[in-house]
Structure formats: C-alpha cells, structure tokens
Design a protein around this ligand. Structure first.
Ligand code: BGC
Length: 734
C-alpha cells in the first residue's frame, strides 16, 4: 500500500537551510564546483555506501512483464543509489527520497529512473514511426513534453532514447529505434537528448537521458532477443556506434549496456566499447547502467563462472551501476576486502553517478514539487505536438488512382472494418509509459468526428489472431453496402518491443483472410496498418487500392488518420526502414555493400531481390518535381567545402511536405563502402506551384571521411558520387 505523506514547505526550508552543511562539507555547498563536491562526498563514503550508490532497485509495481522473476533480490534500502520508479504518484516517490535524504548518514538523494520511450502519459508514435517523420525537431518537441510529464511526476532520469540501428524486422525491438540507417538514428538521437535534457538538467521539467542499448543489440542474430550478435569492428564503427557517438557529443548523461554478446564479449562486459571508446576516446563523463539483470546474466552467456566474476567483469569494463540484480551489493565489498578488486574502480563508478546527481540538482532539490495531474499530463499544447507527430509519421504506401483523400462528394458510405477500428490499447504501442487506453481517440471515434456528413458503418470481422472467422459474414455485408472500405489491420502492442520476436513478418492468417473476403466484394479497400515493425505485404498489396501505414501512433493517432483520410492533412512520412518483399529476404536494408557479380547473378531464384517498399519511400497527395542536381565544384581538396543544390517544385494542387535525402556512394575505397549512404536530409513544406532549392553544405572532412575498424577517420582521395533520388553527380577528392 502506498502511504502518502504531506511534505510541506517546512521540509523544503529545512533542506535548503541544511544545504550549506557543516563547515568543510563542500558537497553540501551549492556554490561549490561539482567536481569538488563529488570528491568531497566520495572521500566521506564507506565502502558499503559506495556499493549501494552504484546499485539500482525497483520501487512500486513492476510493469515490465519480461522482468518479473528478478525483482529486488535483496531488501530495498534507502542507501540505494537509484530506483526504477514504477508509480505515477510523486508523493510516494518523495516519501522514499525523504528516507534517503534524512535518514541515511550522508543524505545522498536517490535518482529515480523509468522507461519513457515515446511519452510518459501523452504517448506519441513509437520511435520507428517518428523516424519516418524525418522531422527530428518534432521529436525534440515530443521528448520535451515527455520530460516535463516525467520530471513533474517524480522521474529524474529516463531510459531513453533507444538508438539501436536495426535491420531485422523480426526483432520486436525494431519498434523502439529509428530504423536501419546510422545517420538517421544519429539525428533523432541528438534531438531526443536535446528535448529530454533541455538547456539545464537542474530544472523541474527536464530529465537525464540514457542512450540504449550500448551497443549492437540491433544485430541480435536472426531477430531473436537477448542473443549473440556477430559484429566486426568495422561494422561496429560504420553502423552501430555512430548514433551513440553523436548523442554523447550532444551531452547525453548516461548509457545502458546491452544484453547481447558482441562476437564473444558481452556488451555488458565489454571494456573496449565502454572504456576504450566511450570513456577514453569520447571523453564521456556520465555513467553507464547495466540493462536489467545484465550483470548476473554474464553467467548465462558463459562469460563468468559466478556472480563475483560477473561483478568484476562488468564493473572493470565500465558498467558503473548495476540494474536490479543486486550483484554489486552482494559481491563488491568482499572482492575489495579480499584484494581481488581495486577500490579505485568502484570510486570511479561512484564519482560518475554522483556527478549526474549533482548536475540534476538533486542535492538542492531532492523532492518533486506539488502539482495537480491536469498541470502535468496531457496538456492541450502537448496534445497538439503529439498529434502533429502522429500526422507526420504516417506513410502513404499506395494510392491507386488517387483514391485518397476520400472525396466526400463521391464517398457517402464508409465501412470501417477490422480489429483495430475500435482498439485503443494497441494504438499505444509497446513501452507506452503510463499511457492509458482511455486517453486514446480510436479510429472509430475520430472517423465519426471527421466525416460527419457521411454514413459510417462498422464490423470488426475478427480478432488480431486466432481462428474465429464467424465475423466475416457481417464484415462482407457491411463492405458490400459501402462506397469505400477502410480496413484496419495490425499487430497487438505486445507483438513488438522487448522479448517479442517473430519468425515471420506476415500478419496472422485470420487477418489476411479477412482482407481476402472483403476485397472480393469488389469495393475499393484502403488498408490501414497499425504495427510495430515492417510487415510482409506482398500478397495483400494487389488486393487493395490504398495502403496507409499508421504505425502505433499513440493517443492522438486516430485523429491523425482521420485527418489524413479526409485530406485535412497531406501525408509526408517516408520509410526509415525497408519493407521486405518476403520474410526470406531478411536482412535487407538500403545501405548494404556491393556484391561481387553485377546485374543478373546472385539473386534469389524464387523472388525478386528488391524490397516491396524501399528506405525513403512514401507518397503524398501532391506531386514534387525534382530539378537538376548541381554541385558548386567537381573537384575538392581535403578540408574543403562544397555546396550541392536541387530545386524541388510542388507541381500538384495541395500544400505538402517533401523530404530530400542526400546520399553518397564511393565506387572504390580501401575499405569497401555501402552502395549508398545517407549523409543529410531536409524536410520542407511547399505550397502548390512553389519551388524550393534544397541545399546541402558539404564539409569534405566531415561528410566524405570514413572510419577504419579502430574508429580512426580517414579521407581517401578519389571519386565520390552525390546522389538524390536517381540523379548522381561525381566529385573528385584531390
Ligand atoms: C530493457 C531495457 C529497459 C529495462 C528497464 C530491460 O529489460 O531491455 O530497455 O530500460 O528493462 O525496464
């Protein structure tokens, strides 16, 4: 039971009076330099206090179904450095904090963390959808909302953004990241860090971010979860590290070590990635928390014989804080006392944790200030931002004969069919924070509101899975009497996210059969998809006139869809991840390296080698015509600058947003390069008839250099092609 206490102004006064501390207690002096405060506090701590400081436990009801078995193996103690706070009541959190601040010897505040992946209460589209918006600025706004809601609810630190590049849609966690491309993931990672952390961490509306999962988790073999990943050093540097590097540079305060084994060294015992790269090369001065139970799991992975060895491996590799398995608390003191672990290693971890706590202002303001629910959550301005995000992340995949937007002159009777029409819960997606189904405007309600003059009918047809086809008859009758069918199919939110791998990316047979039955009526079908991963659509695509990829769009997604179907909003999303033609093509991604034989050999004998929908694909209700791609010079020296330009005209009749993707390719390099790689993108709105010149300011060293397998950048003289759509121009680096 939660016991609330009234923490009054008196408490704040007491804290602030005590904040200067006794003479010489530098760590209590808010005016002292943070590094001095850290060292002073560290010098006062006992070994036991240090070990607790770098440990994390759980407070409240655990809502992560994958982690139930290992909840708090040791009793929760207020000396603990951090808790994952599962509740939404900041008063309960303050009550725990009070024990840490007032009842422990040194009064070190606890840092409260939680998984806020795409919203705390105002749930916005899953990150994979946000990647399709090509609007990192919008993600920054959404994460700012999430930070404000979280911090005002007692959360100082969110386990987000998840920036694992993922190329296997069978892996459920592909939903949590920004797709298959390292540059795209980097841009969104930086935006998320800026939105979450703001200009200052010492605020009631910002939180510390946590980049996860460091590193290479997205390479999990065959899309299974928690498994081995085979990653060469070159691929680590080319593909998996760049988003982390960019986000560390942007000031991210923490990282989470991943579950996967990287070619024989688990990520949570990986000295190279966490110390050589992160601390030594990138000069990261925040802390690394393990993933849930990742320290003790080193035993399962075959990297440690027992918890003592697991603790040594993780800590010495750079895992500063142990998430929930209690291994540091149980093992570290003895290891130091037995002379098996140097106390300096623990000191460094403690130093890093304290530094972030000081930066968050927790010593001066350990308590979450009072506020009412309606002052924190689902504010009208926040809902506006997340609705825009839902609108911009929708991808129009097919629109035969411009069926969409629905013309209300011709379309009077609309049939809404499918298991997603009245489904609120699955619109939230996985990792939906404290989002509630009751906050969601369903597709049904939003369509009724948007199409007031039309007759709307509804039949569910079937569940998302199972064998029950008894609703097909009504669905077919409903479709037969309509001018157009909006068929809403998709995945449950638990089908993606953690521990949610699938062997195929087909929708279950019952949903595909519903589509067959409805399509046989001959009525035009608009297929709307709610899903957390790319799907195999090859057999469904020919049966429908239009396809709208709505993803798992959050609480305002129903409205976003309705406004897109009516034409109030022109879709502008483009895929940040490839949609394979069949599951058998996986992994398939745009920036693969060139094969040895060209054109006619090496392909599948039974299916095309092309995906169904490539990276960057997405339609609009208007048309954009691209002019000639130009560059300011065709030769350039190292250190030089170039300008590339392309004029784009809106040749249709509707206002619309277009994203220009700038790629490069390098036909001959000491280390082979991908067929093409994204280096820059820009999204802009164009009125009908308007022309905009999109420009890429190229910095040769930044944009044409690659890294070798040690991460050392090199610039190789020779030809490079700049590419926009199917136009290419050559530039020679001299
Ligand atoms: C997940 C992390 C998450 C953590 C805490 C783990 O199982 O892999 O992404 O942050 O639990 O909930």
């Amino acid at each position: 039971m939660k016991r609330h206490f009234i923490w009054a102004a008196a408490l704040t006064v007491a804290i602030s009076m005590g904040s200067c501390g006794k003479k010489g207690e530098i760590y209590k002096d808010p005016n002292a330099n943070i590094e001095e405060r850290v060292e002073d506090l560290l010098s006062r701590m006992t070994l036991e206090e240090k070990v607790y400081q770098i440990s994390q436990q759980v407070l409240g009801f655990n809502d992560n179904m994958n982690n139930i078995e290992s909840l708090n193996p040791i009793p929760l103690d207020s000396k603990i450095g951090s808790v994952i706070y599962m509740g939404t009541d900041y008063k309960y959190r303050n009550e725990f904090q009070k024990k840490a601040v007032e009842e422990t010897r040194l009064g070190i505040p606890v840092i409260f963390g939680y998984d806020v992946i795409h919203g705390y209460r105002s749930v916005y589209p899953i990150p994979l959808a946000m990647g399709c918006s090509w609007n990192p600025g919008l993600l920054q706004e959404c994460t700012k909302v999430a930070a404000q809601e979280a911090r005002m609810s007692g959360i100082d630190w969110v386990f987000s953004p998840m920036i694992d590049v993922a190329r296997d849609p069978r892996w459920g966690r592909i939903a949590e990241g920004f797709g298959e491309d390292p540059y795209t993931a980097s841009q969104f990672a930086v935006a998320a860090v800026k939105g979450l952390q703001g200009d200052s961490l010492n605020s009631t509306k910002t939180v510390a971010s946590c980049l996860k999962h460091f590193v290479g988790y997205g390479a999990s073999e065959a899309g299974r979860d928690y498994v081995y990943s085979e990653i060469s050093d070159q691929t680590l540097w080319d593909t998996y590290l760049p988003p982390y590097q960019a986000a560390v540079k942007a000031g991210a305060q923490t990282l989470m070590s991943a579950f996967n084994d990287i070619s024989g060294t688990p990520a949570s015992a990986n000295h190279y990635t966490m110390t050589t790269v992160l601390r030594d090369q990138w000069k990261f001065d925040g802390f690394v928390v393990s993933d849930w139970g990742a320290v003790t799991q080193l035993i399962n992975q075959g990297a440690a014989a027992d918890n003592a060895e697991a603790a040594i491996r993780a800590l010495t590799a750079g895992v500063d804080m142990d998430m929930t398995d209690g291994v540091y608390i149980r093992e570290l003191e003895k290891l130091v006392n037995d002379g098996k672990l140097d106390i300096k290693v623990i000191d460094e971890a403690v130093r890093r944790v304290l530094r972030v706590k000081f930066r968050l202002g927790l010593f001066e303001n350990p308590y979450t200030p009072d506020s009412k629910d309606e002052e924190r959550w689902l504010l009208p301005a926040s809902k506006e931002i997340i609705q825009k995000a839902a609108e911009e992340s929708v991808v129009l995949l097919k629109n035969e004969n411009e069926l969409l937007p629905l013309s209300t002159d011709k379309v009077k009777r609309i049939a809404l069919i499918g298991p997603m029409v009245q489904n609120a819960q699955d619109m939230l997606g996985s990792w939906n924070g404290h989002g509630l189904a009751s906050d969601v405007t369903t597709i049904y309600d939003a369509m009724k509101e948007e199409f007031k003059d039309a007759t709307l009918t509804y039949a569910q047809g079937c569940e998302q899975d199972g064998e029950d086809r008894s609703g097909f008859g009504l669905a077919v009758r409903t479709a037969s009497q309509a001018d157009v069918v909006i068929l809403c199919l998709g995945e449950k939110n638990g089908w993606s996210g953690e521990n949610a791998s699938r062997s195929t990316i087909l929708l279950p047979a019952v949903q595909r059969d519903l589509l067959d039955a409805v399509a046989r009526t001959g009525k035009p079908v608009v297929l709307v998809l709610n899903n957390g991963r790319p799907l195999e659509l090859v057999d469904m695509e020919p049966q429908v006139k239009a396809i709208v990829e709505l993803w798992q769009p959050g609480v305002t997604g129903g409205k976003a869809l309705a406004r897109i179907l009516s034409g109030a909003v022109n879709p502008s999303g483009k895929l940040c991840v490839t949609f394979p033609y069949t599951s058998g093509q996986i992994p398939i991604y745009y920036n693969r390296r060139n094969p040895a034989r060209e054109a006619t050999q090496g392909f599948y004998q039974d299916v095309t080698v092309e995906p169904l929908y490539p990276f960057g694909y997405g339609l609009s209700y208007t048309t954009f015509q691209y002019g000639k791609l130009k560059i300011s010079a065709d030769k350039v020296a190292a250190g030089g600058k170039l300008k590339a330009e392309i004029a784009v005209t809106n040749t249709g009749t509707r206002i619309g947003k277009e994203t220009v993707h700038w790629f490069i390719s390098d036909p001959a390099c000491m280390i082979t390069r991908p067929m093409k790689e994204l280096k820059y993108f820009e999204k802009a709105e164009l009125k009908p008839g308007e022309t905009k010149v999109f420009t890429w300011d190229i910095d040769v060293n930044r944009d044409f250099s690659y890294v070798d397998s040690d991460g050392t950048p090199f610039l190789e003289p020779g030809d490079i092609y700049i590419q926009v759509q199917d136009q290419k121009v050559k530039v020679t680096v001299e």
